[in-house]
Each structure stands twice: as structure tokens, then as C-alpha cells.
Design a protein around this ligand. Structure first.
Ligand code: ADP
Ligand code: MG
Length: 344
């Protein structure tokens, strides 16, 4: 559940997981690669969107744009939070079926999200919110609740992206008990907006990391690519499974290890099937998407996870400019035809 209220525990967890993220960032920044000359950079890390957020600008010592990025993050969170009273998403979810006016950003994101709902024939479905709420995932405590069957089938009866009508910036829920959760796509959308701002301000080399949702501007320098580590899909993993070199790219992973709890020896994670309301079990541990825009990477990583290895890969191969790496529970990797060679 993205955008849940930030608790003290979240903050502690944020600190606890930061070691792993720092390691990934070091790889991303190429600082583990040895003897190149030191690059000038400025960086800022914080806690937004219920996750650790970090932005690094290269080839500059000016910190002002970082402050600007973080204040933009705060305003996007105010629009898209499911739990902050008065946010666009909160207003939609409490509209009782009456039309709601939303910001152009929210409308834009909803349009994109609904297009992925349609493309995946509902495997990706932003109206999964009532089901997500029943599971009550708490990433910090690693706790949650296996829902009662009746509650689950009642919640599932309100799941269906066709219930969300978007007309310009007016949103109407055709079923008043439907609600939306943009946790599977919002971080990618926000990363793209931050990048747009930084590029218009003239920054040519930067790394935006929204909780492992990575978007790069240019390369680490004009003639050096970023090297991004792709995490082993295991809780508390500190070493990457593989790395890729890239510039001007988005790298987003969805996996079973971020938000989950264990009950009676069984692990329940946060990517749910809109068909039966249970965590998707298809042998996958993670899906990483490489794309130009992060909104596509974010939506598609969740979508492909739900679709599974065969249908997911078929979808990726049908899309231009999008590559994927599927990793199974036993760490077997399958890459799409244009996935970059790790040795390059
Ligand atoms: P993360 O939030 O850890 O980056 P994802 O991008 O994969 O991970 O998003 C998972 C989130 O998406 C869940 O926490 C939930 O809010 C939402 N979600 C879960 N299942 C679905 C689904 N089938 N379709 C759309 N959104 C989903
Ligand atoms: Mg996603």
C-alpha cells in the first residue's frame, strides 16, 4: 500500500533498509567501478510516498534544485495519497459516486493508469483498493491479515476499473463502493515529472530513486553510463543479482520481498490478483522493467508480475522500447529480446 501514513516505525525501517539502498546507489553512481576521476555531485535523501527517496545531481554543486524536487514530492503526495484527507484520491474514494474535480496531474495519471488496466485486461487494476485494505499490510512490522472469505468476495464485487469514469478532469465512480489505489503506478509518474523539471532547468546528469524505482537523466557523465544494480528478490538482500549499464532510462522492479507477512509458514505479499484477491503465486519473485518513461516501467512491472512469465513476456515483446527481466523464486532469470547484455 503506497502512501499510507508515515509512522515512526516506517522511519526506523527506512533507516534499516538504507544500507541496502546505499549499496545500490553506489553501484548506480558507478563509484564501485574503480579508478575513474571523482565526479562532483549533490544528493538529498528523504522519506516520501511511504518509501526512501533519493535524488543525486552530477556535475554540479548547486543544491537548490534538490530542495525544489522535494517540495514537488510533498505536493504530489498531497494529491495522490490514499489516506490524506482532501487529496484527490481521498476525494474520489469518498465521493459516494458523485463527480469529483481533480488536478490535471491526477487526471493525467489516472488516464495512464486506466490505459494499463485496459491493456492488461484487468490484471493491473487500480480499483483493487478495497481488497488491499483488507490485507492490511504493514511493511515495517511485517504484519497483515488474511481476510475472511466473505469480506474478500464482497470487496472483489467492487473491483473493476470500468467503474472509474474519467472525463477531462472530472472523475466519477459508477459504483459508489469502488475505490482506487495508485500505488502500482504513482512513483513512476512522479519520477517522470521530476525528471522533466530537472531537464528543463538544464540538468543533464542525474539519478532519481523513489524507493528503488530508478530514473536517470543522461549518464553519470557525458561518456560514462550509469551502472544500476538489480536487487536479489529476497528480503534484506544487500547484493545485486545483476547490473545493467544505461543512460536516460527507467529501471523499476516489482517483487514479493517489499511488503509481505508470514503466517503459518506461508508468505503473503502485496501484489494481488484482481480475480481471487490473493497474492499472485506464479513462481515469480520479481519483474524488472527497463523503459524510457518510469510511469510505463512502474505500471508494467506490477502488470507483468500479475500476468506471469509467459503472458507477461508476450506483452513486453509486443511493446516498442520496453524490456524486462523476470526472476523466479529460485533466482532463474529470463530476459526479453532487447535486454542489455550485463557484460557491456
Ligand atoms: P512497490 O509499491 O513496492 O514499488 P509495485 O509497483 O509492484 O510495488 O506496486 C504494488 C502496489 O500496487 C501494491 O502495494 C498495491 O498498492 C498496488 N497493487 C497490488 N496489486 C495490484 C494490481 N493487481 N493492480 C494494480 N495495483 C496493484
Ligand atoms: Mg508498479
Amino acid at each position: 500500500m503506497l502512501f499510507s501514513r508515515i509512522s515512526q516505525n516506517s522511519y526506523r525501517r527506512c533507516k534499516a533498509t538504507s544500507a541496502a539502498l546505499v549499496f545500490l546507489l553506489l553501484i548506480a553512481a558507478g563509484t564501485l567501478s574503480g579508478c575513474e576521476k571523482k565526479t562532483v555531485s549533490v544528493s538529498k535523501t528523504g522519506f516520501f510516498l511511504d518509501t526512501v527517496v533519493s535524488i543525486t545531481l552530477y556535475d554540479t554543486e548547486n543544491k537548490a534544485p534538490l530542495e525544489e524536487c522535494f517540495s514537488r514530492l510533498a505536493s504530489y503526495e498531497k494529491l495522490l495519497s490514499r489516506t490524506q484527507e482532501g487529496s484527490d484520491v481521498w476525494n474520489i474514494n469518498h465521493s459516494g459516486g458523485k463527480p469529483v474535480e481533480v488536478s490535471s496531474e491526477t487526471a493525467d495519471l489516472l488516464e495512464k493508469a486506466l490505459s494499463y488496466c485496459r491493456l492488461s485486461d484487468g490484471a493491473f487494476d487500480i480499483t483493487i483498493a478495497p481488497v488491499i485494505a483488507l490485507w492490511n499490510f504493514d511493511a515495517d512490522q511485517k504484519t497483515g491479515t488474511v481476510p475472511d472469505e466473505n469480506d474478500l468476495s464482497n470487496a472483489l464485487s467492487h473491483v473493476g476499473y470500468e467503474n472509474v469514469q474519467l472525463d477531462g478532469t472530472t472523475v466519477t465512480l459508477l459504483d459508489p463502493d469502488t475505490s482506487i489505489d495508485l500505488g502500482g503506478i504513482a512513483k513512476g509518474y512522479i519520477a517522470d515529472l521530476l525528471k522533466e523539471d530537472l531537464v528543463s532547468a538544464g540538468y543533464a546528469s542525474a539519478l532519481i530513486d523513489l524507493g528503488g524505482n530508478i530514473l536517470t537523466i543522461g549518464g553519470k557523465s557525458q561518456n560514462q553510463d550509469f551502472r544500476i544494480g538489480i536487487r536479489r528478490p529476497e528480503p534484506d538482500a544487500t547484493e545485486p543479482l545483476t547490473t545493467i549499464s544505461c543512460r536516460d532510462a527507467s529501471i523499476v522492479t516489482s517483487g514479493t520481498y517489499e511488503r509481505y507477512f508470514t503466517e503459518n509458514g506461508k508468505r503473503y505479499h502485496h501484489i494481488l490478483s484482481p480475480v481471487d484477491g490473493y497474492p499472485v503465486e506464479n513462481g515469480l519473485a520479481s519483474v524488472t522493467i527497463l523503459s524510457e518513461h518510469s510511469v510505463d516501467g512502474d505500471a508494467l512491472s506490477t502488470t507483468c508480475f500479475v500476468l506471469g512469465p509467459e503472458k507477461g513476456m508476450a506483452l513486453i515483446e509486443s511493446l516498442d522500447g520496453i524490456e524486462a527481466l523476470f526472476v523466479t523464486d529460485d533466482l532463474e532469470m529470463t530476459a526479453s529480446s532487447g535486454w542489455p547484455d550485463a557484460t557491456k
